[in-house]
Design a protein around this ligand. Structure first.
Ligand SMILES: [Zn+2]
Length: 101
């Protein structure tokens, strides 16, 4: 199963099969990205996209609105591919790099 994954518009978006699925100005709840237990990361740009099993991941640049830290994250999940179609992560889901799960 092959899907087209890339960034669009100078890293503003994660594109899955030519649809803009996640990107800048979204607010993500994150773990292990800054010093907060759960931070509120304002996504400012997409650095890289990837696939981890069925999960679609992205490294993003952003700023935590809680502690004000600017950071570039590791690969965080943005959604997954289920039965051939892309499903975004729930809006309130807490995202963390896979190595801390
Ligand atoms: Zn923080």
């Amino acid at each position: 199963m092959s899907h087209s994954l890339r960034t669009l518009d100078d890293g503003a978006w994660v594109s899955v099969d030519d649809r803009r699925e996640a990107g800048a100005s979204e607010l993500w709840r994150v773990r292990s990205v800054c010093d907060c237990v759960v931070g509120d990361l304002l996504v400012e740009g997409v650095v890289d996209v990837g696939v981890d099993g069925r999960a679609v991941t992205a490294r993003v640049a952003g700023r935590c609105l809680t502690c004000d830290r600017e950071t570039v994250t590791g690969h965080l999940p943005v959604g997954r591919v289920v039965e051939g179609s892309y499903r975004p992560l729930a809006t309130g889901a807490v995202r963390a790099p896979p190595n801390v799960e």
